[in-house]
Design a protein around this ligand. Sequence first.
Ligand code: ASP
Length: 443
Amino acid sequence: MKKLALHWKIIIGLVAGVLAGLAALQFDGGARFITHWVKPFGIIFINLLKLIAIPLIIASLIKGVSDLKDLAKFSRMGFRTFLIYVCTTVVAVTIGLTVVNVVRPGSLMDAAAKEQLLEAYSLDAESKMTAAAETKGKGPLQPLVDIVPQNFFSAASDNGNMLQVIFFAILFGIGLILLTPDKSKPVKQFFDGANEVILKMIDLVMLFAPYGVMALLAALVAESPSPDVFVALGAYALTVLLGLLLLGFIVYPTLLKVFTGMGPVRFFKGISPAQLVAFSTSSSAATLPVTMERVNEHLGVDEEVASFVCPVGATINMDGTSLYQAIAAVFIAQVMGFDLTLGDQLTIILTATLASIGSAAVPGAGLLMLVIVLESIGVPAAGIALIFAIDRPLDMCRTVVNVTGDATVATLVARSIGKLHAPHERKWDEHYKDRERETKKVF
Ligand code: ASP
């Protein structure tokens, strides 16, 4: 396995995992064996990635912000990042709405399957609705209040508080810029060094990636519901996949080619390990360390940009999720017999954009926020029971697009402020190759 590129190793792990899961289903107790003896290795892999996320954000963002040297540069980058994130999300929702209105998967579902699904998943739907009601009851400015932590340690002790940690690191970095060099130098050197250590840790964890991915996929297949539900929801699933493919494999590469000149082969070769980890973990937050490493070291996005745009993107930019929410909302409305007006569709653009910003970067978060989108157009939220059964595989795919979107925007922002390095620029290329070589030598 030594000479193969990382993405091939992960793909082999992925296929081996699916085969192992299918094989286990042929034996009595096979699924239990996978749950008890294989799945834990997948969980260990996810835990390792999550373990790195917060220290990585702190070290790289403090280093990134303080490297900027002046605050005007930082606000320029922040403004562009936010603007491009919102634009790509609106494009994503629009693609979702177009696809679902053309295909009309809701009209293809028969009444018996509808009744069966509503009954079988009504309890699961109810628990999501309760959780969504809690989120909604908090008032319009609550998301803003939630960004500012009152205690650094409690913010850093929960991966769900990523925006709070980002806030602290930016403030710390700004403080560092404002110090005199004699005071700031040792602090900066410390974070520069810490950042290198963490990047090394990501290299180490990624050596385990093919095995972690194999374990996750084996467990997913062994524990998945019966294939019948996939048949009933096939048209809906294919519509979501079509939308995701359009966005992830046509719109993003076109944007990159037009605005940065980067070709699709280079982009996908660089980012594919992060996409595969996103697919296996269903979590942009868990994938963040890999996304940042790939964007910085393989796409040539300067660390100053990657360290800011990627963590912010993992939390607020979820193009795949917003596209899926638009399709799911209209699909549920179609099945339940609601006619959506143009005004309803515009409401979906607004609420799905906001809901994807508010969705946590963890498995299943998009489905929870879908409740809010449905309520905004007056469709009963209990309708999410219809799509519950097939949500996990679609979650895996939309997480891939979420991560691809973050990488695309990081590249666009870097290019717009002159911080995108060409492959032949030795500085970044040789540096990461040396580091990867050193890590491999040890094992
Ligand atoms: N799992 C997605 C992510 O982490 C969020 C979602 O759509 O459920 O990006």
